[in-house]
Structures are given as C-alpha cells and as structure tokens.
Design a protein around this ligand. Structure first.
Ligand code: SAH
Ligand code: SF4
Ligand code: F3S
Length: 437
C-alpha cells in the first residue's frame, strides 16, 4: 500500500508526520511522492489561524475530486484541525474516512482496518503521557542534512488568542535518554544539524529517575553529538533564563540564534494576551542575549490587530521592533479561534482593513530591519552548513549561517552536508550572497 502525507503548519507537525510514517511503515505502508499514486492520503493539519484551515479545506476539495475517480482512495485528516473540529469535520467533509488527533497516532493501524471494512472513524483523545519517544521517525520530509527531534509535546500557557493548548493538550517532556539516542542515530546516519522542538522548549522539565531542565538537556545533546549543529524552537520570553543564555553562549555547537516570539510591544495588549511578561522584561532578555553573544540573531513572531489594539499599542509594537532590531520575523493578522479565551471574553473589534494596514506596516519595517541586519554581515566570514542547490542557479549552493540566515554562494565541488567558510559580499533583505574562502 502506498501512503502520501501532506503536512501543514509548524515544525512540530513535520516531526509528527515522520512519526506517523514510522507507525505505518511496520504495517506495510510505503511513503510515495504524490496523492495520485497513493492508496491512502493523510493531511496533517494546522488550526492556528483561519487561513491555515482554509488551505486544508481547499486541499480536501481537490482530494475529493481525486477520490471520485479512484473510489478506493482513503483520505485521513490528522493533527490540530482534526483535534479542534472533532466529529464535526466528518459531518462537513463527506469524503474524509478517518480523523486522528495528535495523541492518537498509535491507533492508526487499527483505525485503518475499520476504514477498510467500510467505516468512517475518529479518535481525538488527548493524552497526558504520549511522547512517541520509543519510535524511530521515518524522515521522509528531510534533506538528509538537517532533522527535527521533538523533545516535548503540548502547551499549557493558554495565551488568550491561541488554539494550541486545546489541540495539543497538556505539556509533557520526553525522556532525555531517548532524545540523546535519537540525536546520536541522526549523527551516525550522516545528519549535520538537529533542531530540538517544542511549543516552549525552555519549559522542558524531565522528572524521572533524575530531574533535568532545558539548559542541562541542551548540554547533554551538544556533547553527545559534537559534530552536529544544535538549534531549538520555540523559546517563550517568560522563561528564557540567564542559565539558558549562558549555555547557548558557551556550548560551541549550539547555534547563536534564538526565536523569541514577542507578539506585541504594548504592555496592555501583552497582558490581555496572557503572555506573562512585559515589554521591559522582553527588552531586558534581548539585551542579555546580545551582551552574552554579540553575534546572536534574534527572530520573533508578531500579531497585528489583537482585540482592542489601538494605534498607540500598534506604535509600541513598531518601536519594540526597532529597539530589538529583529533579524527576522513571522508576522500575522490576528485571527479569532473558536474556544480560546479571547474568543469567549474579548471582542475581535479591530476592523480587517485596519489589521491588514498595521500588518503591512510591521512587514515593511521588518524588511528594513532584515536588510540592515544583512548589510551588517557584508565583509564578515561565517561557517555555513550546505543544504542544497540554489533554486535560482544550479551553479550555486545555499546553506545557513549559525544565525540561521540563508547564504547563496558558488558551488565549486561542495555538496549538501559540507560545512564551509563563506565571506559575505552582498545581500537582499532575505538572502546573503557570499564566496567560499
Ligand atoms: N509556541 C510558540 C508559537 C506557536 S504558534 C510560542 O508561544 O511562541 C506560532 C505563532 O502563531 C505565534 O507565535 C503567534 O504569533 C501566531 N498565532 C498564534 N495564534 C494566532 C492567532 N489566533 N492569530 C494570529 N496569529 C496567531
Ligand atoms: Fe500558543 Fe502561547 Fe502555547 Fe505558544 S505558548 S503555543 S502562543 S498558548
Ligand atoms: Fe498549527 Fe498545530 Fe502547529 S495548530 S502551528 S500545527 S501545533
């Protein structure tokens, strides 16, 4: 049987799709490259914003067309949208045979047996313990150079706007030994970089035979795989400690890049969002990071037009961006998610046109900041991990600096997986251009 998995949403979902592939691998399903050749198609879905769900709906309509031509095709919806909508999705999307939430993937083989006997099935039970730590992910999404390793699941921060605590359940940490072992295996298999994943990695806390927090885990992983680059995402500003900053600064193979979602620059909005930090706290953490590591890159997430946001609040977001001088950002218009506390208690009262205008101002400013940040790299030398051939020219390769910036440079006789020193001579707001030295 052939299985095609299409993944939407965040890195966590990419990692989960690799777990699903591993569970079904043992059941005789092989990954294939297109929906057209598959017996079973899974969409691993995202529910973070309405437009993320609309993309999934559009894909389901296309797959329904395919299924009319190939009635034997099985269609499954996995992940956060399945969890958010529960059985309602089966009622609305009649071509869907199966729905499974993020904690029920071990049940997939049994569920597929039911589907093959003509039933439509759903399992959206969340778990307080599931981490899939004993499974070896089948890395069908990977380039063979860089891989994701999930270190924790769930989130219980309950930011007012966010659906994740409802779709992913309670926070739980994975056993350190299984994390270290998975990283070692990646190294043996030739991988050169690993990104440790969680919704809030710095609240990682293993309490088993010993107690371990994120800085300790980072040290253990880094020393177990000294030839690999270590990255991690995402860090919540409320608990990025001095100890963690020192660990990033002092562990040679941990990359000097921190993704630190700010969401807003206004204290009033941060409070309404239930982010549990102030603008001053955030600025203090950015200062501490830059002092400990002058070459650190800091990226962020920002939301425009959250409930009751005024022009003054918006200006504070713009001024926070300037003060922090973010190297990169993901920027979004607020999208109300059913069931969240913002949806229940606050009015989504910023008009769409205003949200879009504010978002555009944020994007324009970030392009300026990214360009300045990239220009400051001209003339400097970086160690670059080669990821592959550049999209624009097969004579050029692309890779990343430790700061996570993409660099394009002439190929020479280098290949993906090599690490090379590159001097930067030019840039755009999105890419550095360099030459190997
Ligand atoms: N766990 C991470 C982020 C997960 S979601 C963290 O806490 O930082 C990724 C980003 O999506 C968030 O940082 C936020 O900027 C954005 N986001 C989440 N819910 C949203 C919503 N309802 N509307 C718009 N953007 C949202
Ligand atoms: Fe969502 Fe907040 Fe949890 Fe991030 S920390 S996943 S934004 S609730
Ligand atoms: Fe989306 Fe779920 Fe990730 S809602 S962002 S796929 S945790």
């Amino acid at each position: 049987m052939k299985l095609f998995i299409e993944t939407f949403g965040c890195q966590m979902n990419i990692s989960d799709s690799e777990i699903v592939a591993s569970i079904l691998d043992g059941e005789g399903y092989q990954i294939c490259g297109t929906a057209a050749e598959a017996d079973l198609v899974f969409l691993n879905t995202c529910a973070i914003r309405d437009n993320a769900e609309q993309r999934v709906r559009k894909r389901l309509r296309e797959l329904s067309g395919l299924k009319r031509k190939q009635p034997g095709l099985m269609i499954g919806v996995l992940g956060c949208m399945a969890e958010r909508m529960k059985e309602q999705l089966l009622e609305e999307e009649l071509m869907v045979d199966l729905m499974a939430g993020p904690d029920s993937y071990r049940e997939l083989p049994a569920m597929l047996l039911q589907v093959s006997s003509g039933q439509r099935v759903a399992n959206v039970m969340l778990s307080e313990a599931e981490t899939y730590e004993d499974l070896s992910p089948v890395r069908h999404h990977s380039d063979g150079v860089s891989a994701f390793v999930s270190i924790m699941r769930g989130c219980q921060n309950f930011c007012a706007y966010c659906v994740v605590p409802y779709t992913r359940g309670k926070e739980r940490s994975r056993a350190p030994e299984s994390i270290v072992e998975e990283c070692r295996k990646l190294m043996t298999d030739g991988y050169r970089e690993v990104t440790l994943l969680g919704q809030n990695v710095n609240s990682y806390h293993w309490q088993g035979d010993r107690s371990l927090r994120f800085p300790d885990l980072l040290k253990e992983v880094a020393s177990a795989v000294p030839s690999m680059r270590i990255r991690f995402a995402t860090s919540h500003p409320k608990d990025i400690s001095d100890e963690l900053i020192a660990t990033i600064a002092n562990t040679p193979n941990v990359c000097h890049h921190v993704h630190l979602p700010a969401q807003s620059g206004s204290n009033r909005i941060l409070h309404l969002m239930n982010r549990k930090y102030t603008r001053e706290w955030y600025l203090g953490r950015v200062k501490a990071l830059r002092e400990a590591m002058p070459d650190v890159a800091i990226s962020t997430d920002l939301i425009a037009g959250f409930c009751s946001e005024t022009e003054e609040d918006h200006m504070e977001t713009l001024s926070l961006m300037r003060e922090c001088h973010f190297d990169f950002a993901f920027m979004f218009a607020y999208s109300e998610r059913p069931g969240t506390s913002a949806a229940e208690k606050l009015a989504d009262d910023v008009p769409t046109t205003v949200k879009k205008r504010r978002l555009n101002e944020i994007i324009t400013l970030q392009q300026e900041l990214s360009l300045e940040s990239n220009k400051a790299d001209i003339g400097l030398r970086f160690s670059v991990l080669v990821e592959g051939v550049s999209k624009k020219s097969d004579q050029a390769l692309f890779g990343r600096t430790p700061q996570n910036k993409v660099v394009v440079f002439p190929a020479g006789d280098l290949k993906a997986g090599d690490t090379v020193d590159v001097v930067i001579h030019d840039c755009t707001s999105a890419t550095l251009l360099g030459k190997t030295v």
